[in-house]
Design a protein around this ligand. Structure first.
Ligand code: ARG
Ligand code: ZN
Length: 473
């Protein structure tokens, strides 16, 4: 086996050298089967170093031990020590490959049970195994690492990633913050399943995504184990630590709900969760079956300044308001099951989730979707609101108001354009067709055209690809 691989490699190198003489290097590299280093990015124009190329990450097993900060006035820094086992499947013969990791110290990297060489360059951890990794053959990469935790910020200056709090950590990583706490292929096109075990001082709770496998206390530490059996984009991974009360219930439809509510919050802070089961029922009629095996909320008494739709278990800063609860729930279908293939496609997340808030409001007997749409269309054409090109808002415009509100208005206008039946079919088929996957604005337009039988080039051109206020269809 080994010698066959070797001789194949030698032949491939010879062909590669020959090819390199006559065609551009890039073209030769894309096609060649000769072993080569993996790349440092997934090809995202907004975040070129997010994700990596040359392999698919299929599973993460994270074993984390976390000591939160001492009481004030001690500095707001914790200590994280972890072993990450990342199962990767090479998509070409690899001589080396990259993971994304920001900060923290790497102690060792083991590939196929043998120590591998590694270097750090910016946010890249570059691993060179002892032997070539053949295409298609899954291998485990074991990274032992750790260090002091802080309060990382994204390119806009907003807190994200592993955000150290006095009683633990708030972990919210959109778009590329997971690399602040584990080695990862940090791009939504590279989804994987996860098993996450977090050991924290007894009395604290670590809350992850998916199902609670169990918890066990020994020697003053409690280990909380969580499993996400459905694939998840890296920005949706959480492992928040705090003084939480866990509330486990089941919806009338039989879905397990696990809420983690900070004990230091007043009851009003989580009152917005009360109608979660009814919201799930409404969105199942709109968007199809709930896509995951459990749900719930994390309401922390600390704040990163926003909520995030962390998969199966959104996280809220200090207060889970009813509208936001509806919004984060809708993201489970729209953003989490079908994710943006490129960060410029973010309006597909935020437009749909904002539109779903309108649906909930109407269902609950308050402002109708038509009224919410009219409110957006009442914004004067001269307002800077209309200057955002929502299908390409720029890396600093990911969370611009227009991505949300013009995004929602675009979907409502599309409903007017193609009619109730086609739009209803689209609302269910979009998360179904791209379940556990990622897709672009063009994929969405193509599906809308397929289901409506209409040419929507002009509509998409005006509503998502062009600045300026569109006319109501
Ligand atoms: N996706 C989140 C939501 O709409 C918002 C995340 C905002 N992030 C930020 N860095 N501002 O629910
Ligand atoms: Zn959102």
């Amino acid at each position: 086996m080994r010698s066959r691989v070797r001789s194949g490699v030698v032949a491939a190198i010879a062909v590669g050298l020959l090819a390199a003489a006559v065609v551009p290097a890039g073209a030769a590299q894309g096609q060649s089967s000769r072993p080569a280093p993996g790349g440092s990015g997934a090809g995202d124009a907004y975040f070129p170093f997010a994700g990596n190329s040359g392999y698919d990450a299929v599973h993460y097993d994270l074993d984390v031990r976390y000591q939160p900060p001492a009481p004030a006035p001690a500095p707001l820094t914790g200590r994280l020590d972890a072993v990450a086992t990342v199962t990767i499947v090479p998509t070409r013969h690899l001589t080396s490959f990259n993971l994304d990791l920001r900060g923290l110290d790497v102690e060792s990297v083991i590939v196929k049970n043998r120590p591998a060489e590694f270097t750090r360059e910016g946010d890249e951890l570059i691993v060179t195994p002892k032997t070539i990794l053949p295409r298609g053959k899954a291998v485990d990469v074991v990274v032992t690492y750790g260090g002091a935790t802080g309060r990382p910020v994204d390119i806009e200056g907003a807190l994200y990633g592993w955000v150290t709090t006095r009683d633990g950590a708030m972990v919210a990583s959109e778009p590329d913050g997971s690399m602040t706490w584990f080695p990862v292929s940090d791009h939504p096109t590279d989804k994987a399943t996860y098993e996450v075990a977090v050991a924290v001082p007894a009395g604290l709770v670590a809350v992850g995504n998916g199902d609670l496998v169990g918890s066990a206390t020994a020697g003053g530490w409690t280990t909380w184990e969580w499993a996400s059996r459905e694939p998840m984009a890296s920005y949706l991974v959480t492992a928040s630590v705090g003084n939480y009360e866990l509330r486990q219930t089941t919806t009338p439809g039989g879905l397990p709900l696990i809420d983690a509510i900070d004990r230091d919050l007043a009851p009003a802070a989580s009152a917005g969760l009360a109608q979660t089961a009814e919201m799930i029922a409404l969105f199942e009629t709109e968007f199809g079956p709930y896509p995951f095996s459990s749900y719930g909320a994390i309401v922390d008494d600390d704040s990163v300044g926003y909520a995030l739709e962390t998969q199966t278990r959104p996280i809220y800063s200090r207060n889970a308001s009813e509208g936001t609860v509806a919004h984060e729930l809708a993201h489970q279908w729209l953003g989490n099951s079908v994710s943006p293939a490129r960060w410029q496609d973010i309006w597909l997340n935020e437009g749909w989730a904002s539109y779903a808030e309108w649906l909930w409001s109407e269902h609950d007997g308050r402002t109708t979707a038509a009224e919410n749409f009219a409110d957006v269309m009442a914004i004067p054409a001269t307002s800077s609101f209309w200057q955002t090109v929502i299908a390409d808002p720029g890396p600093l415009g990911l969370f611009a108001g227009a991505v949300y509100d013009r995004g929602a208005a675009t979907l409502y206008a599309l409903r007017l354009e193609i009619g109730e039946d086609a739009f209803g079919a689209l609302s269910r088929e979009w998360p179904a067709r791209y379940k556990d996957s990622a897709a672009t604005t063009d994929d969405f337009q193509a599906l809308a055209e397929e289901l409506s039988g209409q040419d929507l080039e002009e509509f998409f051109d005006v509503w998502v690809w062009t600045a300026g206020k569109p006319a109501v269809p």
